[in-house]
Design a protein around this ligand. Sequence first.
Ligand code: CA
Length: 226
Amino acid sequence: MRVLIVEDEAKLAAYLRRGLVREGYAVDLAGDGEQGLWMATNNPYDAVVLDIMLPKLNGYRVCAELRTRGVWTPILMLTAKSGELDEAEALDTGADDFLAKPFSFVVLLARLRALTRRSAAERPAILEAGELRLDPAAHRCFVGDEEVALTPTELCVLATLMRRAGDVVSKREILESCWDWAFEGDPNIVEVYIRHLRTKVDLPFEATRLQTVRGAGYRVDAGDGG
Ligand code: CA
């Protein structure tokens, strides 16, 4: 899960990032509305946490502009005070949910989980490919009846492949889905994670579900015989 936080209060932004990273999210920060709009337009986030009072472009305008551009990433808007007007306006401009400041981190986390689960049209709650079954929200993976323990990043890589089971997904796409903006290391890190995953979901079951497509990327066997 990759999340963008658009928040100009540096302390709050850093606090949220720390907490979300601990929960296994990849997190990018934007300090003003223009930067937030640019990043949310150009990266595949699972959710955006958007403050209203922002330099350059306020949160309502960022939200409205994203929707105008056809970007439907779930948006959780942070309202400054608990006012019905704020909240109504947040929803009117295309936000999916709002949270009044001050809020507790636990509540933010629960709302984010609900939001990323709700974007269910293209993201079914449970992903399946043959014997592989993955519940991204609950962080659980099964091969047949056997549960396999995965780290948050392994889980994200596998979920990215399983959302498009049977198709080739490029290393770049996996990188963009599971690593944050601050990652400037070797893209071959993806290969390392694919190897880890194979030792967990393939080797013990004498299977070859995770396939390397030379020069193109990776594919998880859809398991439908096709
Ligand atoms: Ca602010």
